[in-house]
Design a protein around this ligand. Sequence first.
Ligand SMILES: [Zn+2]
Length: 87
Amino acid sequence: MLASITCGCSSSTVHDDERPLTTFVRQGTGEAKEFRVLPVGEEQEWLPALWCPSCQKWQPMPPGDEWQRNPALRVCTKTKTALVQKP
Ligand SMILES: [Zn+2]
């Protein structure tokens, strides 16, 4: 007789420490830092950033998520190089 095996994968919630690290650039200072979740109260200060392989620099993306849908926005403003998530 077959016993039913209950699957232990009951948790569907994503914990903060399971989110991928994303690089952000601080407006004004240009400081680049990796976060899984932005610090509370600093959401307006940090812009998501993509890496420019040509300039070897992080390029801040415009606020909102339009750049995620539009590949034309994910290019370097100087060299028109396609930006990447990681160096
Ligand atoms: Zn560039």
